[in-house]
Design a protein around this ligand. Structure first.
Ligand SMILES: NC(=O)c1ccc[n+]([C@@H]2O[C@H](COP(=O)([O-])OP(=O)(O)OC[C@H]3O[C@@H](n4cnc5c(N)ncnc54)[C@H](O)[C@@H]3O)[C@@H](O)[C@H]2O)c1
Length: 267
């Protein structure tokens, strides 16, 4: 039996980037906990496939092909929410753009695109969701950040990391402004979680995986499903007094000093 504090029955969750990876895992986790869903992904067919899975769990779901970096489409997404569900209890801002370029080579247009997608368009989603939650005096916003938002990754991540720093500070500001009126805002900071893009980069550079693992004392990369428990916790009343929290989901990465030595299991 699951504890009733984690029950999301009767709640509506909106999840971005739900065709695969952590967005899909979060959407399915929320549905397993009882929530109905509005999900979106640029890959609309992938979002529909996630929706099929959610329906098989007995939940109501609407899937769209929304580009969450396009402000007009974000407004449309919330219009769909109002029309189809008329409420929002959980907003999970999962996906966002990234780019790799050394600071000396980074094109300002690319920096603007990443800051726009991760910070400005995401702020717009928080504002849309937050207004509705404030009116209802209740809601939970979960922003996917990154360990790169609080520590430097190098390897050309400057645009992504700088924008993620903004996501984290936006989370704290929104929490400070809104939590007294019932709206909790938290962030999850993953370390490297396996996805097709990461797998391709690890194939191209055979040293990359070992380098990532040196920073993960638990000794393995993350898997999309690793986020499920924490996401359900933050979405539900189980975390009723938790807001403004910036929570690592990183196999111990942020706890370890860069020069620290992870312990190995014996035998
Ligand atoms: N995977 C990691 O190692 C990691 C680590 C830290 C933070 N993050 C953050 O978490 C997010 C999700 O990671 P993941 O591994 O699940 O990613 P993923 O690549 O497996 O999935 C991302 C999904 O988002 C969709 N998408 C991309 N751009 C979109 C847009 N503009 N509008 C709507 N949908 C869009 C893609 O089609 C895809 O289905 C990343 O975007 C990143 O910001 C990831």
């Amino acid at each position: 039996m699951t504890h009733p504090l984690f029950d999301l029955s009767g709640r509506v969750a909106l999840v971005t980037g739900a065709a695969q990876g952590m967005g899909r895992a979060m959407a399915i986790g929320f549905a397993e906990a009882g929530a109905d869903l509005l999900i979106c992904d640029l890959n609309e067919a992938g979002a529909q496939a996630t929706a099929e899975h959610v329906r098989s769990l007995g939940r109501r779901v609407v899937a769209t092909g929304t580009d969450i970096t396009d402000i007009a489409q974000v407004h449309d997404l919330f219009a769909t929410l109002d029309r189809e569900f008329g409420r929002i209890d959980v907003l999970a801002n999962v996906t966002g753009p990234s780019t790799l370029a050394r600071p000396e080579d980074l094109k300002l247009e690319d920096l603007e695109r990443i800051v726009h997608g991760l910070l400005i368009a995401r702020f717009c989603a928080c504002q849309e969701g937050g207004r509705r939650m404030l009116a209802a005096k209740k809601g939970s916003i979960i922003n996917l950040g990154s360990i790169g938002g609080v520590t430097a990754l190098g390897r050309g991540n400057i645009a992504y990391s700088a924008a993620m720093g903004g996501v984290i500070q936006m989370t704290r500001e929104l929490s400070t402004e809104w939590s007294g009126r019932g709206v909790r805002v938290n962030a999850i900071l993953p370390a490297q979680v396996i996805n097709p893009g990461l797998e391709q980069r690890m194939q191209e550079d055979p040293h990359l995986e070992a380098m990532f693992l040196r920073g993960i004392p638990m000794g393995r990369l993350g898997r999309p499903d690793d986020i499920k428990g924490l996401a359900i916790f933050l979405a539900s009343d189980a975390s009723a007094w938790i807001t403004g929290a910036i929570i690592p989901m990183d196999g111990g990465n942020l706890a370890q000093n860069a020069g620290g030595t992870p312990g190995k299991s014996e035998g």
